[in-house]
Design a protein around this ligand. Structure first.
Ligand code: 8YV
Length: 321
């Protein structure tokens, strides 16, 4: 029987499904040596949120497939997996809508100061009717700039255009005719997007090309009234530059679900800023979506080990070897 290593707890039904196909060894990824030893014995692996380095795969000669319970695969060295002939699968579709909801929650919360004012009410500070010092800014009718219009970016564009009557600008490696037609989205250069958008929303994967793509110069290029939204990966933004821009009033605020270091360290200056909404990487974190992701990843893994997986493959080249 094949052996699968799971480095994340799985819902009971998903575990039972995997057990119909293989022996499942559950490991605690913080026990590094035991985790690496289990990988050496395994045909497949499933999990998320842990960096899997080439060194951890040395001697894992049986390993044929890894399946991440996430759309992002920046925890893996994909070229190295391809060289080793290991298929990497991910879960791109099932989390699109809940992640777009998180992005919109950040847009609304930052613009309307939802978290700050809710805390203020709970602190017993609401003693008379509010005035301009508590007002926010409008979301509806404004311009949203989406950096990277893939699946999640498209779902954000739909909410923005159809639900909030927003003008949608985007950058992307290739045009997205569907979003242009359905949501009136317009593809522009990053410089135009930064200079024009009221909300700049990052929806790119983390790659060497996107690391720190938003730094001091890009923040400076944004409107002083603009709000930066990031629910992609923390390292797409130079966090130190962002902290300075928020302090100096270079931009108005930020809604952040992701950070360069997660969990966000308790001494991060971002935590003390009223113009920052900070969430604990909840992008896809609903009961329904996390369950669907685990199920999807398990099915991907079983199919990859059977040699029948045809979609959700990160490194398709491996199949051609
Ligand atoms: C979580 C995510 O990071 O899918 C992604 O890329 O960012 C998230 O859904 C997590 O990996 C889910 O287990």
């Amino acid at each position: 029987m094949k052996k699968i290593v799971a480095w994340k707890p799985l819902p009971d039904d998903v575990l039972a499904y995997l057990q119909q196909h293989a022996e499942v060894v559950q490991v605690d990824p913080t026990q590094h040596d035991a985790f690496v030893a289990a990988l050496k014995e395994a045909d497949g692996g499933i999990g998320s949120s842990v960096k899997i380095t080439p060194a951890m795969l040395e001697g894992a000669s049986r390993l044929k497939a890894l399946s991440t319970i996430s759309v992002g695969f920046d925890q893996f060295d994909v070229d190295d997996l391809t060289r080793r002939g290991i298929v990497l699968a991910h879960t791109p579709d099932v989390l699109t809508e809940s992640t777009a909801d998180t992005v919109f929650a950040l847009i609304l919360a930052s613009a309307r100061r939802v978290v700050e004012l809710a805390d203020w009410v709970k602190a017993g500070e609401w003693k008379e009717s509010i005035g301009p010092s508590h007002f926010g800014v409008d979301v509806q009718g404004k311009t949203l700039g989406i950096v990277g219009l893939g699946r999640i970016g498209g779902a954000v564009a739909r909410r923005a255009a159809l639900g909030f009557n927003m003008t949608v600008l985007y950058t992307n490696r290739s045009p997205n005719p569907q979003a242009e037609q359905a949501y009136g989205a317009r593809r522009v250069e990053l410089s135009e997007l930064l200079a024009t958008a009221d909300f700049v929303c990052l929806q790119v994967p983390l790659t060497p090309q996107t690391r720190h793509m938003i730094g001091a110069a890009e923040l400076q290029a944004m409107k002083r009234s603009a709000i930066l939204i990031n629910a992609s990966r923390g390292a797409t933004v130079n966090e130190q530059a962002l902290i300075e821009a928020l302090r100096d009033g270079t931009i108005h605020g930020a809604g952040l679900d992701v950070f360069e270091t997660e969990p966000l360290p308790a001494d991060s200056p971002l935590l003390g800023m009223a113009n920052v909404v900070a969430l604990p990487h909840i992008g896809s974190a609903t009961h329904e979506t996390r369950h669907a992701m685990a199920r999807n990843a398990a099915e991907n893994l079983v199919a990859a080990l059977d040699g029948t997986l045809s979609n959700n493959i990160v490194n398709r080249e491996v199949l051609r070897k």
